[in-house]
Write a protein that binds this ligand. Structure first.
Ligand SMILES: [Zn+2]
Length: 234
């Protein structure tokens, strides 16, 4: 199985590992059961096309969810970078599946405040500030991506950049997955977890690096918080 690959413009969009979308048409469960990353292949380098840059297979790496999944990876020696073949159902640069993100964002749309939504959607012991950060990491980029897509395709998507409206309009509960399939050529310009744009450093991290000399914030050391950004996950 080779699968279909999203069009890629052939230029690098920023720092960090490059991701190319694998339009697998599978669920996460199927992908794991079939070990589909083994067959996933890249015909040419997304940065150099068919040019002789020496593109080669570079194994695979695990993601936390769904359990057992791995992502195929290539290496471009001319740029010295790895290229991940991200299956379409996985969130980009964030743990879990796109459907998980959709459930959270959709759930938050009907609530009166981000704090109320965070409290409801993240009832474990992460604490409210952590839950709010967790929710905002999903809400903000998904809203930004929907706003862009709605303005680009109003005939198809309508004018309301909300998942609840898009679910009705597209008649699916897998809107984010459907959007990836509808406009694969746009993904590298859209923010993760829907799009494949490189992650930007968040201001709180840089503040912490510069200013914080007292004890580190304990919440960041809990397993729940650490799970959000496992090392090497893209
Ligand atoms: Zn290359």
């Amino acid at each position: 199985m080779e699968g279909r690959w999203a069009h890629h413009g052939g230029h690098r969009v920023g720092p960090g590992p490059v991701q190319v979308l694998h339009l697998s048409g599978m669920t996460g469960e199927d992908y794991v059961a079939r070990k589909a990353w083994r067959q996933a292949s890249l015909k040419s380098c997304p940065l150099h096309g068919q040019g002789a840059c020496g593109l080669s297979r570079h194994g695979s790496y695990p993601r936390v969810k769904p359990p057992g999944i791995r992502v195929a990876r290539y290496y471009c020696p001319r740029e010295g970078i790895t290229i991940s073949l991200l299956p379409d159902f996985l969130a980009s640069r964030m743990s879990g599946e796109l459907d998980d993100v959709e459930r959270v964002v959709c759930g938050a749309e009907g609530m009166r405040s981000v704090e109320a939504a965070a409290n409801e959607l993240r009832p474990d012991d992460i604490g409210l500030p952590g839950a709010v950060r967790w929710l905002r990491r999903r809400l903000s980029p998904v809203r930004a991506a929907l706003l862009i897509l709605v303005s680009l395709m109003p005939d198809l998507l309508g004018r309301e950049p909300r998942l609840s409206s898009l679910r009705e309009r597209l008649r699916t509960e897998h809107v984010l997955l459907r959007l990836r399939g509808l406009c694969p050529e746009r993904l590298e310009g859209l923010p993760a977890p829907l799009g494949l744009a490189p992650r930007r450093r968040s201001p709180p991290d840089s503040h912490r690096m510069r200013g914080q000399t007292t004890a580190p914030e304990p919440r960041r050391l809990t397993p729940a918080a650490a799970e959000e950004r496992p090392a090497g996950e893209t």
